[in-house]
Design a protein. Structure first.
Lengths: 292, 308
């Protein structure tokens, strides 16, 4: 059923206007009002974060606008958390995790998807997928210990873990898509003498564009915001990611709330800015991953 | 030898396959694509898992000497009140989180799929929480629950709200559930929206000609048609809720008086910082068995419409 629904969903992706035309569409103002009021549950905490970040400590704790705008809170937090270092570290880890995941997980998915009629590859499929159902806490303690003894308790180890731990989900997302790509293209290339690797990189990988975007978005959001994995893997304080830096920071400077909030705001800002510009693309990408 | 067997199996199944595949041997490159990944995968996930099981039968603290002590860790787990409470707490909040997320996101998805003004703008707003790190937004909520909210409670004379919920033994679970739901709704809503888009609009037109009302429309048409998405959402949100960790770290640190410790939090805090490495590894193995049973029950219960 997977590829059929996928195609259907793709058709809707591009052609949802068709349905809209079919219905006589009148705006439902009651529903709009309800949804607008409910959206305050998301906007108010964000508003609160911004205004608190700009207040004096004495003024913090209410929803009113600040009387004086304390922009220096950002500079203070920037220095206290060593923000550039944490941000650079998080960015490097995120980019490396996304690139490595895309470069490796896709061809695993391709090999499995194209050979599902073989017992070995079918077994591999379940071998990878089964790990999706092993919750991370179960292997957390042994992994922390093991990575320490392999000297992988650093960024490299973290990136490798993102690459490996995501494989089950990514395989799950990508195989249905790959099977909807017609094999005739590959056959033609094979007749022309191209090998399997070449076919993959030259033909299949580019055709996987939409699903690669989905995998990249999910991996990036995960790696950037993740707290538990960096917490147990990165033993050296100087390797902190942004969430980890906030964790250490909040336990050290707990009383100066405006400065803490400007630090939280700076932690959220990069991904929020990206999201504001790419929200349509992010939403459709994540949605594509949900439709199997 | 096993290759010969698989070839035979494939040969038996072959008539169903497309003719282009009829006489192929699997190219060796395909094995190069999969086998190294499988080795690394096994090394990173399955080996630590087996090691964890082995450690759970020792008295290791995570370092230094240790010896085998058989099932003593497991026996101790069953008589440990703190562990028992963590399991109970985890299940209760997981059920609350799963139900709230699914009910609310189903409503939101149907609404966001309706005839709204600024539909795409609202979709973008409702998806914001998914892009934020739980820990960081958790700190924001911690402060909201600590200061402005009790102030509001006092102003409105609401007794239970005029003290911080986070330090209350009875209500400290509320902020944890709230944060998990606030963040989890975004993704579930998107999955339901994806499901709603697979429904052909003509079905609704036919129904409206037959005079179907709003609730019937939802319960008789929409809900059955997005059934598989409901299953996915239920399984995913339950799995995430059972692993609740960041929310606890950000909001309560397990307090007050260990009342809000989840199993994951206990495994982390006891195992990595509390010197109970082997004991908490045994706890993790027990947790795995419990979760496997839950997953099995879920699959049995909700049928295999959406078989992987």
């Amino acid at each position: 059923m997977s590829s059929a629904t996928l195609q259907r969903a793709n058709a809707h992706d591009s052609g949802s206007k068709k349905i809209r035309k079919g219905h006589s569409r009148r705006i439902n103002w009651w529903l709009t009002a309800v949804i607008a009021v409910l959206s305050l549950t998301i906007l108010i905490p964000l508003y609160f974060t911004v205004i608190t970040a700009l207040k004096t400590p004495a003024e913090a704790g209410t929803f009113s606008l600040p009387t004086t705008w304390e922009w220096h809170n950002f500079a203070d937090a920037w220095n206290k958390v060593d923000y550039p270092k944490a941000a650079l570290n998080s960015a490097l880890i995120t980019v490396a995790a996304v690139v490595l995941t895309l470069l490796t997980n896709t061809f695993v998915a391709y090999a499995v998807a194209r050979n599902m009629d073989k017992r070995f590859f079918r077994f591999m499929y379940y071998f990878f997928i089964a790990a999706m159902f092993v919750p991370f806490p179960v292997i957390m303690l042994p992994i922390a210990k093991q990575f320490g003894s392999w000297h992988l308790d650093n960024q490299l180890g973290l990136v490798l873990l993102y690459m490996v731990l995501g494989l089950g989900t990514n395989l799950f997302i990508a195989t249905g898509f790959i099977r909807s790509i017609p094999v005739s293209l590959e056959e033609a290339a094979r007749i022309d003498g191209a090998g399997t690797w070449r076919i993959f990189w030259k033909i299949i990988f580019p055709l996987m564009g939409p699903i690669n975007a989905t995998i990249a978005i999910l991996t990036a959001l995960w790696a950037w915001n993740d707290f538990l994995l960096p917490l147990i893997i990165l033993t050296d304080q100087s390797n902190q990611t942004i969430p980890l830096a906030q964790y250490v920071f909040s336990s050290q400077f707990a009383t100066n709330y405006p400065m803490a909030f400007s630090s939280y705001l700076m932690a959220m800002a990069p991904i929020l800015i990206v999201y504001i510009f790419a929200q349509k693309w992010v939403i459709s990408g994540v949605m594509r991953g949900a439709v199997k | 030898m096993s290759h010969v067997q698989t070839a035979q199996v494939a040969a038996v199944k072959r008539p169903k396959k497309r003719s282009a595949f009829s006489n192929r041997k699997v190219d060796r490159a395909y094995y190069w694509m999969v086998v190294p990944a499988a080795v690394i995968f096994g090394l990173f996930l399955y080996v630590p898992f087996i090691q964890g099981v082995a450690y759970s039968f020792t008295n290791s603290q995570g370092f230094g000497d240790y010896k085998w002590i058989g099932f003593k860790n497991y026996a101790a787990l069953f008589s440990d009140d703190r562990v028992g409470h963590a399991y109970l707490f985890t299940f209760l909040i997981a059920i609350a989180i799963t139900i709230l997320i699914n009910v609310l996101s189903m409503f939101l998805a149907v609404a966001l799929n309706g005839n709204l003004m600024f539909k795409n703008g609202f979709r973008a707003i409702y998806f914001i929480p998914y892009t934020l790190g739980v820990l960081v937004i958790g700190y924001v909520f911690k402060y909201i629950f600590m200061t402005p909210l009790p102030a509001l409670g006092r102003a409105l004379n609401i007794g239970w709200l005029s003290e911080s919920l986070l330090t209350s033994e009875h209500y400290a679970w509320v902020p944890i559930v709230f944060l998990a739901v606030w963040q989890g709704i975004a993704y579930s809503t998107l999955i339901y929206l994806a499901g709603l888009q697979t429904i052909d609009g003509e079905i609704y037109e036919a129904a409206s000609i037959d005079g179907v009302n709003g609730w019937q429309r939802f319960s008789k048409i929409t809900f059955p048609l997005i059934g598989p998405f409901f299953t996915i959402n239920l399984v995913l949100s339950m799995k995430n809720a059972l692993g609740t960790f960041d929310q606890v770290v950000a909001l309560t640190n397990g307090g007050p008086d260990s009342k809000t410790e989840t199993v994951t939090y206990l495994i982390y805090s006891g195992g990595l910082t509390g010197g109970e490495y082997a004991y908490q590894t045994a706890n993790a193995v027990l947790f795995f068995i419990v979760l496997a049973i839950i997953a099995f029950v879920q699959l049995k219960f909700f049928g295999n419409k959406e078989k992987i």
